[in-house]
Design a protein around this ligand. Structure first.
Ligand SMILES: Cc1cc2nc3c(=O)[nH]c(=O)nc-3n(C[C@H](O)[C@H](O)[C@H](O)COP(=O)(O)OP(=O)(O)OC[C@H]3O[C@@H](n4cnc5c(N)ncnc54)[C@H](O)[C@@H]3O)c2cc1C
Length: 424
């Protein structure tokens, strides 16, 4: 692995330069897959453009969102992953794409940055958490889309412990120890599950009574986890109830004021700590890069995962709007699709480098697992519903498989040991 400044790459090169913009699940997977599979005769140069020297493994955030675990566990450092691989990292952000000249510009937003030419560009800049224009939401809520978000949630929880410890009245303490997650999709369920399992121990340690803690999951639709079969949703709701979480269904958030969340029915929910897990939006910068995008701002791609506007640009992961040929629906924003798309794009790029043609992407989903706390999960695999320890085992196994895929056996073994030691 090398680190280069953009100026060092500003001239055209005889090599086939593949620039990968974005080092998330999609970007890391394609970089490593290309590096492992390319041959000297392919004459490929791999350049990763990413502003951070590590990947934020977002799907691991449920492990570290609350409690004593270090949120940094969800960081996969390039120095670890790319050791010995022919990958050049440019720690800048992709600012602009110029398909007509086959160049990108990197640098701060809105500034004239450095130009880097490419033979193939892979846009894998992901998505961001979005907050709708609900009054007070942006100011009061923490989103859950990166390691700093997990730090912020931990900071706010700890602050509430200190406040509650000074209040003589039980009702006031209950209000101070009220934690609300809005959004009953997988992320919201995973975060409230982690909070529900971690907080009682932390509250006891702070000298407080865990029965004074109030946990709520608010969802505007009639149920949580709509992607899962009904029986699995019911199981998840039962589990949450057992963990002391009140699930508030069919109630949209209308405003947030002074630590209180108001919902459509007018109910006021004390929420000094409010986590918003209500939605994500494709990288908002991507719509400025001269490529077609759909109504949700995801870049439109063809069956080969190429932008419909440029034959030498691949778009993969959350930023891409790939339509499943089986049902015509755009694939959901999931790490498992980002990884599969990256593998396929790597195969196509190698084929093109060898004078062949790219191959179409055929998405398959073999399972989905959602954690409800650290020791229990719910989901399905190969058309079978699974729950309990087995589902959580399968979920953690997907992490290990990813570490093995982008890293090495040593890295996967080390991280597995660390994961098992994370305080639960
Ligand atoms: C809390 C949480 C839990 C989740 N759990 C699961 C799960 O259990 N299973 C599952 O399948 N999916 C899960 N997901 C979804 C999954 O994380 C995403 O689908 C996945 O991260 C998409 O990968 P990606 O590479 O497209 O984007 P990302 O992983 O978001 O990576 C995008 C990268 O692009 C970089 N970037 C952005 N803009 C630029 C720019 N202009 N220039 C350069 N770099 C840029 C970013 O810094 C980032 O590193 C979860 C998501 C969250 C938030």
């Amino acid at each position: 692995m090398d680190v280069a400044g953009p100026k060092a790459l500003s001239t055209t090169t005889a090599k086939k330069r593949v620039i990968i913009a974005g080092g998330g699940y999609a970007g890391m997977t394609i970089a490593v897959t290309l590096a492992h599979r390319m041959r000297p005769a392919d004459d490929i140069e791999i350049v990763l453009v990413e502003s951070r020297p590590y990947q934020q493994a977002l799907s691991e955030l449920d492990l570290v969102a609350a409690g004593t675990s270090r949120p940094q566990f969800a960081e996969l450092w390039h120095a670890d992953i790319f050791r010995g691989l022919p990958i050049t990292c440019v720690y800048e952000r992709l600012e602009c794409v110029e398909p007509s000249t086959h160049c990108i510009t990197v640098g701060p937003r809105g500034e004239t940055g450095d130009v880097i030419p490419y033979w193939r560009l892979v846009v894998a800049t992901g998505a961001i958490a979005t907050t709708p224009p609900v009054p007070g939401l942006k100011e009061h809520a923490v989103t859950m889309w990166c390691v700093p978000d997990a730090h912020e949630l931990q900071r706010r929880i700890e602050k509430q412990f200190k406040i509650a410890a000074m209040l003589p009245d039980r009702a006031d303490r209950e209000a101070a120890l009220s934690f609300t997650v809005v959004g009953g999709g997988a992320t919201g369920v995973e975060i409230i599950g982690t909070v529900a399992s971690e907080l009682p121990r932390m509250i006891r340690r702070a000298g407080l009574d865990p029965t004074e803690m109030k946990l709520r999951l608010v969802e505007g639709r009639s149920d949580i986890l709509f992607d899962l079969p009904e029986t699995q949703r019911l199981r998840a709701r039962r589990r949450l109830a057992k963990m002391g979480v009140e699930v508030v269904l069919g109630e949209k958030l209308t405003r947030v004021e002074d630590g209180v969340a108001y919902v459509e029915s007018g109910r006021a929910i004390p929420s000094p700590v409010l986590v918003w897990c209500g939605g994500a939006h494709a990288d908002p910068d991507a719509v400025r890069w001269g490529m077609s995008f759909d109504n949700s701002g995801r870049l439109v791609c063809d069956s080969m995962l190429k932008s419909t506007d440029a034959d030498d640009i691949y778009v993969i992961g959350d930023v891409a709007a790939f339509k499943d040929p089986k049902n015509g629906r755009v694939l959901p924003m999931l790490a498992q699709f980002a990884i599969r798309e990256a593998e396929q794009a790597a195969v196509s790029i190698l084929s093109e480098a060898r004078g062949g043609q790219p191959e179409p992407f055929a998405p398959h989903m073999h399972g989905e697992f959602v954690s409800v706390g650290p020791h229990w999960g719910v989901g399905w695999m190969f058309k079978l519903n699974v729950s309990g320890w087995f589902a959580i085992f399968m979920k953690r196994l997907t992490y290990v498989m990813y570490w093995l895929q982008v890293g090495s056996f040593r890295l996967a073994a080390r991280r597995t040991r660390q994961m098992l030691r994370l305080r639960r």
